[in-house]
Design a protein around this ligand. Structure first.
Ligand SMILES: C[S@@+](CC[C@H](N)C(=O)[O-])C[C@H]1O[C@@H](n2cnc3c(N)ncnc32)[C@H](O)[C@@H]1O
Ligand code: SF4
Ligand code: SF4
Length: 463
């Protein structure tokens, strides 16, 4: 049995004061003399606890704390003794492993107890926030687990990383790079150490920054996923810069909000086009996952890593021809000018995105086919790199079925590769060659059956 340890605890008004107290005290004691822990309470105040190897001088300690905060607060310092416990473990006493979805956050002492089907994140209690025990960290990990089941973000940001716990979780789950940042220099150091401890040091880059005030955010963004477990006020202030650093189909996990603060924070993000998709409440704390409203359709589908329309569609306003990447597109990631994209892009309606009758295999990035509707029927644009994509199964058969059902309704199915068009009918494929914007397809009908198809100048039809 190790000797008893001696504890001093005080509750302070806010995080800054808690950190000032911890900073002041930690300068006076060596690592083997005292261990510090600072945790936010559900009421927004902060508990600072110090474990001493030897009984501290209580008067001196009150005096020291009194220099940092008011003397009347210093007088609320409570001293007690924890019998026969390892004093380092005592500061970790609550730190039993925390499970959240696929993740388990644990200390070194529990390293061997992590089930093989879980992703362990080893975090030692330190001055930084984020051992997994707080409702906000747990909420973020649960929503991260949920988001990653359906979404593979490439550019991930952990804003306000604390111990690095969320960034490390994302890097390990995705086997990908994560940018992590914190306003607080000790947290940056701790997060870096934890990333290496978890075998993710090469994946997690930790920088010191206040909000988005560093060039790295623009260089590494736009982000597909942002994890931001900060407090309500900074989160509200960061809504504008955050949205400017998001990829077009990004998701954002916001936390650090007391449940009564959540509506105001969510409103700030909603005003900038983000809508809440999922909301968790844990121990009085809210965690919310949001996405851009334009990207959340009635089907619940999102573009994700698809950017195919930005290649196959012509955008007149940008003088962008069909079958050429738009200069504003980061292929696979999204539009770099999303908030300011042209009206044609805003009104573009991708059938897969809005119509759940089109099954998952039609997702354009997978099928290499973008489907849109026109006055005449359905237009199927092929990725020029895969001009025969529409001939592959099951697409060919499904297109034929639509051609059969469309014929009686006078609805056409046209396949477009570059500017070359093919009209599909139940019996034939009419290769119409290159059809310019001023030209029209003319069908010759026998009843409802298409017997021939030609291309004519639109002006000739008007005469
Ligand atoms: C509640 S802790 C979250 C830590 C960790 N991400 C987690 O989920 O457990 C909030 C962290 O955000 C940092 N922070 C607060 N305001 C910030 C700001 N404006 N910019 C960057 N980091 C900030 C704090 O230093 C702290 O480490
Ligand atoms: S083709 Fe459809 S799913 Fe793909 S990026 Fe465009 S709108 Fe989104
Ligand atoms: S402006 Fe943006 S949305 Fe429009 S085509 Fe270019 S990258 Fe795509």
């Amino acid at each position: 049995m190790t000797p008893p340890t001696h504890r001093a605890s005080v509750t302070l008004t806010d995080e800054t004061t808690a950190k000032r107290v911890v900073d002041a005290l930690s300068e006076l004691f060596f690592e083997d003399q005292a261990a510090f822990a600072a945790f936010e309470r559900p009421d927004g105040r902060w508990d600072v606890t110090v474990h001493f190897a030897a009984p501290p001088d209580q008067t001196l300690l009150r005096e020291l704390v009194g220099h940092v905060v008011r003397q009347d607060i210093a007088s609320t310092l409570v001293f007690d003794t924890i019998e026969a416990k390892d004093w380092v473990k005592a500061s970790l006493e609550d730190l039993v492993p925390v499970a959240a979805g696929r993740f388990v956050v644990h200390g070194q002492h529990d390293r061997h107890r992590i089930p093989p089907n879980k992703l362990g994140i080893e975090i030692e209690a330190a001055l930084a926030f984020g051992t997994g025990h707080h409702g906000t960290t747990r909420g973020c990990l649960l929503l991260l687990d949920h988001v990653l089941k359906a979404y593979q973000p490439r550019r991930v940001l952990d804003l306000g990383t604390g111990t690095g716990v969320l960034g490390i979780a994302a890097a390990k789950a995705l086997h990908g790079k994560v940018l992590a940042s914190d306003i607080d220099p000790p947290s940056v150091r701790v997060a870096e150490e934890n990333a290496w401890l978890n075998g993710a040091g090469h994946l997690v880059d930790v920088i010191r920054a206040t909000g988005f005030a560093a060039p790295r955010f623009a260089a590494d963004g736009p982000f597909d996923l942002v994890l931001a477990n900060i407090l309500a006020n900074p989160l509200r202030q960061l809504a504008g810069p955050m949205v400017r650093h998001l990829a077009s189909s990004a998701q954002v996990i916001l936390s650090g909000l007391l449940t009564h603060q959540a509506p105001a924070v969510i409103a700030a993000y909603r005003a900038r086009g983000l809508v809440p998709l999922r909301h968790l409440k844990i121990e009085g704390w809210s965690t919310c996952c949001c996405a851009r409203s334009g990207d959340v359709t009635a089907t619940g589908r999102q573009c994700g890593d698809c950017t195919l329309c930005c290649k196959v569609m012509a955008i007149e306003e940008l003088a962008k021809p069909a079958s050429a990447w738009c200069p504003h597109c980061a292929p696979g990631r999204g539009c770099r000018i999303y908030p300011d994209r042209p009206a044609e892009c805003r009104s573009f309606s991708c059938v897969w995105l809005v119509n759940e009758l089109l099954e998952e295999h039609w997702k354009p990035s997978r099928s290499k086919l973008v489907l849109t509707t026109s006055e005449d029927g359905l237009e199927v644009r092929c990725d020029p790199g895969f001009p025969d994509a529409w001939r592959r199964e099951p697409f060919r058969s499904e297109l034929r079925e639509w051609a059969i059902s469309g014929e009686t309704l006078d609805m056409t199915v046209v396949v477009i590769v570059g500017q070359r068009m093919t009209l599909l009918t139940p019996e034939r494929e009419f290769d119409l060659g290159i059809v310019g914007p001023a030209e029209r397809i003319v069908r010759e009908l026998d009843g409802t059956r298409v017997v021939n198809a030609t291309v004519t100048k639109a002006s000739d039809l008007e005469q």
